[in-house]
Design a protein around this ligand. Structure first.
Ligand SMILES: [Zn+2]
Length: 613
């Protein structure tokens, strides 16, 4: 096979630990165990003090000292646990069947759960104690890195229940919403379907059947889609029960928390994604006004795929091969790195040097292997604060995009490497800023260098997909969920009503551009059934448009841009999106102008494509 020439390199994690039995690993593990024990002992004091939380004050000096000690130890312990955990999960990515690593992962998970349990009381105290006590703690260096997250949690105080009630709620959710979420996962992983491929009925799991959506053959895409649709329709009663129960539980909870202030069903998700309602409203309003942008991308795709209208099964179809293109040209790993380095260096030489550093230190895993887990991600070691990129690099155009995306995440981590860890935990809304920025920068350079229109078309095909996905598909999910929560306040919905609601939401987004609506999407999409969080959708569109908005500043700010960009990334874990945007981009996210400017960039990408065909 020739693929070996295009394979990426192996990463080197030996600097962290040689293997699971290495002395350094054993030492860290032992230290982690000991620390977790000590934290457990220290936590009993706070379990007791929790009972008089409202009476704590800045003059409880002994307790403040104890809190500072515990915070210091907990942060140290977290670094150890995270470091060991990253090493083990990196091993498992290379080989899911690595038994030793699996056992070690289970051990580490248990230790980290115990660490979190030990911190429950002190964290509740920091959220619920009077200002005097909390500001005395926050004035100490050990608590400084937690300042922003504690402030955020304290904003939630008006909605807190009594301690006893909060505990009951947490305890009961294990067999309440969490159990409904588990039921969905179990159904999804055990459900099988038959897909007709090459004239043969093949039995397969849902993940593989859903993968047919990326096939170059329209009949395979359709066959996969119908199979998934059929499989889920046998489970629609279960899925309806899950959605009704999850939303019902949440709405009851919100009502109970609304003693002083009425809590809307969007308030909690907005609080968690750290953006304001006015920001979401401005963004969604611009999205709704610009549906034509996504729809024009769909029409272009339909034309390229030679059909009058696309079906929902065609949304992930690959770019059609042009007769003139011949053999698809592959891009070697070295060429991809060079391209990305040049594109990054165009923003600032320092960014280019970062790519070289990643390669030189062997922080990228890109080999092709049977036992490797699919997908791509970026992670980091908490001790050395060095990033790692994981993927399978085979030399396709998509692989170059993925590498650029993950290197964007790695750069984000890299510029925060001197900050205390808790200041680097950014919300989902800001998580994709650096990655989508990197992809955009790289695809710009690729376009400039593309030798012919065929190659340019291939590069821009991805832009059409993003326009559809972020400006139509995600909004449809958001509208469906909003409408459902509105209705659920009155009563539960039947499977048919869910399908009807989903069809309406798709129609609102896609208009008449699809041959049919994906009415079973409420069953097939995992995101609606996650127990931990609701409205797991708009942050995607936010991340996409926010990142394009940052990119737009590159031209506007010229020389000053890079410094501002790095500062913005550094503050993603300790500032809200609105404050970041005001400080570094000089824009107001509550106003539509910002969002419209980002959508205009998407419009231009689509016009670029039109110019080619
Ligand atoms: Zn990403």
């Amino acid at each position: 096979m020739t693929k070996a020439n295009f394979e990426g390199p192996h990463w080197d994690n030996g600097v962290e630990y040689k293997d699971l039995t290495a002395a350094e690993f054993v030492v860290d593990l032992e230290k982690l165990r000991r620390n977790v024990e000590r934290l457990k002992e220290q936590s009993t004091l706070f379990d007791e003090e929790l009972a008089r939380v409202t009476h704590l004050s800045g003059s409880d000096l002994e307790l403040i000292e104890a809190a500072v000690r515990m915070r210091r130890l907990a942060d140290e312990t977290f670094v150890l646990g995270a470091n060991l955990g990253t090493y083990v999960s990196c091993l498992l990515s290379l080989n899911g069947g690595h038994t030793q690593a699996r056992n070690m992962q289970a051990i580490l998970r248990q230790l980290m759960t115990r660490l979190e349990e030990s911190l429950t009381s002190i964290e509740l105290i920091m959220t619920q104690a009077p200002d005097g006590f909390v500001s005395s703690c926050l004035s100490r260096a050990e608590f400084q890195p937690h300042l922003f997250s504690i402030q955020k949690q304290r904003e939630w105080r008006p909605y807190l229940l009594s301690l006893e009630e909060e505990k009951v709620l947490t305890r009961f959710s294990v067999n309440g919403p969490d159990a409904w979420g588990t039921l969905y996962d179990n159904i999804a992983s055990s459900l099988r379907c038959e897909v007709k491929l090459d004239g043969q009925d093949i039995s397969m799991g849902l993940a593989r059947a859903a993968g047919c959506a990326q096939s170059a053959h329209p009949l395979e895409r359709l066959a996969g889609y119908r199979a998934v649709e059929g499989a889920w329709s046998t489970q629609k009663e279960a899925c309806a029960s899950i959605l009704n129960a999850l939303a019902g539980w949440r709405l009851d909870e919100y009502k109970t928390r609304s003693k002083n202030n009425a809590l809307h069903f969007l308030d909690r998700p907005l609080h968690e994604s750290r953006i304001r309602r006015s920001t979401l409203d401005a963004m969604m309003h611009v999205v709704e006004k610009n549906l034509e942008v996504g729809r024009s991308a769909l029409r272009l795709k339909a034309r390229e795929l030679n059909c009058e209208k696309l079906g929902p099964w065609d949304l992930f179809a690959p770019v059609p091969e042009q007769e003139t293109a011949g053999e698809t040209k592959k891009i070697s790993f070295d060429d991809a790195v060079e391209l990305i380095r040049d594109a990054f260096a165009d923003v600032d030489p320092e960014m280019g040097q970062f790519v070289e550093l990643m390669v030189k230190n062997r922080w990228i895993e890109g080999t092709v292997g049977d036992s490797k887990r699919p997908g791509a991600y970026c992670t980091r070691f908490a001790k050395s604060r060095t990033p790692r990129v994981y993927m399978t690099y085979k030399g396709t155009m998509e692989d170059v995009g993925t590498l650029a995306h993950e290197l964007g995440h790695a750069f984000h981590n890299w510029v925060m490497r001197d900050l205390p860890l808790p200041e680097t935990w950014y919300p989902m809304t800001l998580a994709e800023t650096a990655s989508i920025f990197a992809e955009t920068v790289v695809s710009d350079v690729m376009l400039k260098r593309a030798p012919d229109p065929v190659s340019r078309r291939k590069i821009l095909w991805g832009d059409l997909g993003s326009a559809e996905s972020f400006l139509l598909n995600i909004p449809a999910r958001f509208w469906f969920e909003s409408d459902f929560y509105d209705k659920r306040q009155e009563r539960t919905l039947s499977p048919d009503e869910f399908s009807e609601l989903m069809s309406q939401a798709w129609k609102r987004a896609y208009g008449n551009e699809l041959s049919e609506m994906n009415s079973m999407f409420w069953c097939s999409k995992l995101h609606f059934h996650i127990s931990g969080t609701s409205f797991y959708n708009y942050p995607y569109t936010f991340g996409y448009l926010f990142s394009l908005g940052v990119y737009a500043q590159r031209e506007r700010q010229g020389k000053d841009f890079y410094t501002n960009y790095v500062q913005l990334l550094r503050d993603t874990g300790r500032m809200g999106a609105e404050e970041l945007a005001r400080k570094y981009l000089n824009v107001d996210l509550g106003q539509e102008e910002f969002w419209q400017a980002s959508v205009n960039m998407v419009k231009r990408q689509i016009e670029n494509y039109v110019a080619l065909v």
